[in-house]
Design a binder for this molecule. Structure first.
Ligand SMILES: *Cc1c(COP(=O)(O)O)cnc(C)c1O
Length: 412
């Protein structure tokens, strides 16, 4: 009989979003008449239609495939040069960062990339993750055999957890031990926290001193509208030697259903082999990409390219403004009823302390049953998320206004 990868058996049964789905379904079955009034602010999925520029570009791309002269079959595994150049110019070079098109690899999304990157790293690395955390970083390391068993609180043996708390403003601090790989995500999911230049510099300095590779998830970069907050780890000198960056069009352009992201692997970045010899990380990632991936679709890449046109930029900015406007309303309502709030500025997530005496799943149930609003319990993101909940600003304005009214009625 074939053997399975036993690491999968270490995964915790109640993955956060299935458990939310189970509780919502159970409530809807019990209270059928109320279920049409449910408003979902749980899963971080966008709600608004795609920017018009992307729609036009993708329609045209379909037409390209309709005739022999403009037909496209397999493209480069790394992505088309025109998209990689548009990304390098608009996301990096125009903002003073020296990232070239050759260092960018286009994919079908950042979730896959953050998991797939583990293919090129060995088994004995010491790995740090923030707590609370985007669950993908942890679970992909469990599957890859980089952890021990789960503990009672849901954390895993063998990982270094970096507590994110009100005291440190939910910004993970550099560990007091050396680690090989460290995941960072800013603007943060779930807390909405954004790291300052000084805070990121502390991480880059630590990484350079300790030969650490930072895995920087910038999926929410487009939500940074305030001057002075770094939009990329490469805004920090030295980051080219110690950081990989993940980006996505999912939240920037509403592409969660279209699927397109990219990863930046700078030429200087190295890691060592079994004999201690330094090997280019980009060479391995390129090898992995060309072996296991056949590129994101031509149509989708044309759609992503269009987000960098003048119209595309304006339409994207309008989308972001809409969601940030939602976040501001949610923040205000929470404050009005006396709750402590973080995030929601330069981020689509509002992170809220539960009312006195309520745990995060209790708050989830209360909001579901009494306000008919689905939120995300902080404990689902890690033990330091207990006592907090996340409200997603990805919604229509109408729904957000209704959520605010219900929240104020419930707790006011
Ligand atoms: C949404 C999200 C992503 C993007 O995922 P895609 O696969 O590109 O849709 C990546 N990281 C975090 C933390 C996210 O919340």
């Amino acid at each position: 009989m074939a053997r399975i990868n036993d690491n999968f058996l270490k995964l915790q049964a109640g993955y956060l979003f299935p458990e939310i789905g189970r509780r919502v379904a159970a409530f809807a079955a019990e209270q059928a008449e109320k279920s049409s009034m449910l408003i979902r602010c749980g899963i971080g999925d966008v709600t608004e239609p795609l920017p018009q520029a992307a729609i036009i570009a993708m329609h045209k791309a379909v037409d390209d495939l309709a005739c022999r002269e403009s037909f496209h079959g397999y493209g480069p595994e790394q992505g088309y040069a025109w998209l990689r150049e548009a990304i390098a110019k608009n996301s990096y070079q125009d903002r003073g960062m020296d990232i070239t098109a050759g260092e960018i690899y286009v994919s079908d999304g950042a979730k896959c990339d953050t998991g797939n990157i583990l293919d090129i790293f060995g088994q004995d690395n010491i790995i740090a993750v923030p707590d609370p955390v985007y669950p993908v970083y942890v679970d992909t390391n469990v599957m890859a055999g980089n952890t021990g068993d789960a503990r009672a609180d849901g954390s895993y043996e063998g990982l270094v957890y970096l507590p994110c708390t009100p005291e440190n403003g939910f910004i993970a601090e550099v560990p007091n031990q050396r680690v090989d790989l460290a995941y960072l995500c800013f603007p943060n999911n779930p807390t909405g926290a954004c790291a300052s230049y000084e805070q990121l510099k502390a991480w880059v300095d630590y990484a350079l001193a300790n030969d650490t590779i930072i895995l920087f998830d910038g999926a929410y970069e487009a939500f940074i509208t305030e001057e002075g907050i770094p939009t990329s780890i490469y805004a920090i000198p030295g980051a080219r030697k110690c950081a990989i960056e993940f980006r996505s069009f999912s939240k920037q352009g509403g592409f969660t259903g279209v699927r397109c992201g990219y990863i930046v692997v700078p030429q200087e970045l190295t890691a060592k082999d079994a004999n201690g010899k330094e090997i280019s990380v980009a060479s391995l990632w390129n090898r992995r990409t060309s072996t296991k991936f056949n590129g994101a679709s031509y149509i989708v890449q044309r759609g992503a390219e269009a987000l960098f046109s003048d119209e595309g930029k304006q339409q994207t900015a309008a989308l972001i403004k809409h969601y940030l406007g939602n976040a501001a309303l949610l923040r205000e309502s929470c404050k009005k009823v006396g709750l402590k709030v973080w995030g929601g500025e330069n981020a689509p997530y509002v992170w809220v302390e539960c009312p006195e005496g309520l745990g995060s799943w209790e708050m989830f149930d209360k909001m579901l049953q009494e306000a008919l609003v689905v939120i995300t319990p902080g404990a689902g993101f890690g033990s330091h998320g207990e006592g907090f909940f996340r409200i997603s600003a990805f919604n229509s304005r109408e729904n957000v206004i209704e959520v605010c009214a219900r929240l104020e009625q419930l707790l006011g």
